[in-house]
Design a protein around this ligand. Structure first.
Ligand SMILES: [Zn+2]
Length: 318
């Protein structure tokens, strides 16, 4: 028996048109075509979700900022803020749909209609700050979902684990003063990699001191180095926190074939971390894992990594 694993994808995500930018529609197009030929994923519960409501997005983002994203798209501007953040006519609508899928998946898991879920969404979200688009990200999908789970369901210890090769600055800054959301990121050393934050010394502020945990990795680290850091530095802290819900900012750009960074992970390394997270989820969080796509820019490496991730999510732990 497989678990009830939701797979959230909506073809509208392909309409955030970025041309030859590394974060382009081809990433998801290649993935869904590869998945059609994979019988191991037949049991996934496939969902096309609608868009988030403004009130939900504005639980994290500044309303003026949200309006500025909408206006920039309407006016046909080529990018928002920096040239990293290309936009097209539909970007605002697509970004609302991406956040909407993550919210719906969070709700279905909290309501026990799903055991876990993976959201194959774009644009990604973890660099988006409260009032600023950054690093291909407009709305912070995982941050909106975590806030929703706290407000609507009363979760008190949400763990967000971000294994994208880039530091999840937006998510960290959103929750760094709060003990009810533990943000942890493993990423390439910020002295060598975008966005230049995520040092080990960033441990939270005020009431949130101790619930931010950064694990920068030297460039060219492989599976062994990552797994050593994951099991000796990260897992014991997650275990001590006893999360009641786990959200993954699942970026696969630490893969050795990825063109944007210099880490050397293989699918084995990603799988090993997910297996550790899954065991943690069953010890403390009733198995609840909401996994949300962030980066990953080599089509084949991304499709292979995600399919393997989905197979592990589907596995019944009994
Ligand atoms: Zn990334």
């Amino acid at each position: 028996m497989s678990l009830r694993t939701g797979f959230y994808f909506n073809p509208i995500y392909l309409q955030h048109n970025t041309g030859n930018h590394p974060e382009n529609a081809g990433r998801l197009q290649f993935l869904v075509e590869a998945m059609e030929k994979n019988p191991a994923l037949a049991d996934l519960l496939r969902v096309e979700a609608g868009k988030a409501e403004l009130a939900q997005v504005s639980s994290i983002h500044d309303t003026d900022y949200i309006a500025s994203v909408e206006q920039a798209c309407e006016q046909g501007l080529p990018y928002l803020g920096t040239m990293d953040c290309q936009i097209s006519e539909k970007t605002y609508e697509v970004a609302l749909h991406a956040t909407g899928a993550v919210l719906e998946a969070a709700m279905k898991i909290a309501d026990q209609q799903l055991d876990n879920a993976f959201c194959a969404v774009r644009p990604p979200g973890h660099h988006a700050e409260i009032d600023e688009a950054m690093g291909f990200c407009y709305f912070n999908n995982v941050a909106v979902a975590a806030e929703f789970l706290v407000r609507e369901y009363g979760y008190q210890r949400i763990l967000i684990f971000d294994f994208d090769v880039h530091h999840g600055n937006g998510t960290q800054h959103t929750f760094e003063e709060r003990p009810d959301v533990f943000f942890s990121s493993i990423h390439q050393d910020p002295r060598t990699c975008y966005p230049g934050t995520g040092f080990h010394s960033e441990k939270g502020r005020g009431d949130g001191i101790g619930t931010t945990l950064n694990c920068p990795m030297p460039p060219f680290s492989g599976d062994d180095e990552y797994l050593q850091a994951f099991s000796s530095t990260l897992l014991p802290r997650f275990e001590a926190y006893r999360p009641d819900f786990i959200i993954l900012s699942a970026g696969f750009d630490a893969h050795r074939d990825d063109p944007l960074a210099q880490e050397n992970l293989t699918v084995r390394g990603f799988n090993h971390m997910l297996e550790g997270i899954k065991q943690l989820a069953y010890r403390h969080a009733g198995g609840r894992i909401l996994s949300v796509l962030e980066g990953g820019y080599d089509y084949e490496a991304l499709a292979h990594s995600i399919q393997s991730h989905l197979e592990i999510l589907l596995e019944d732990p009994q």
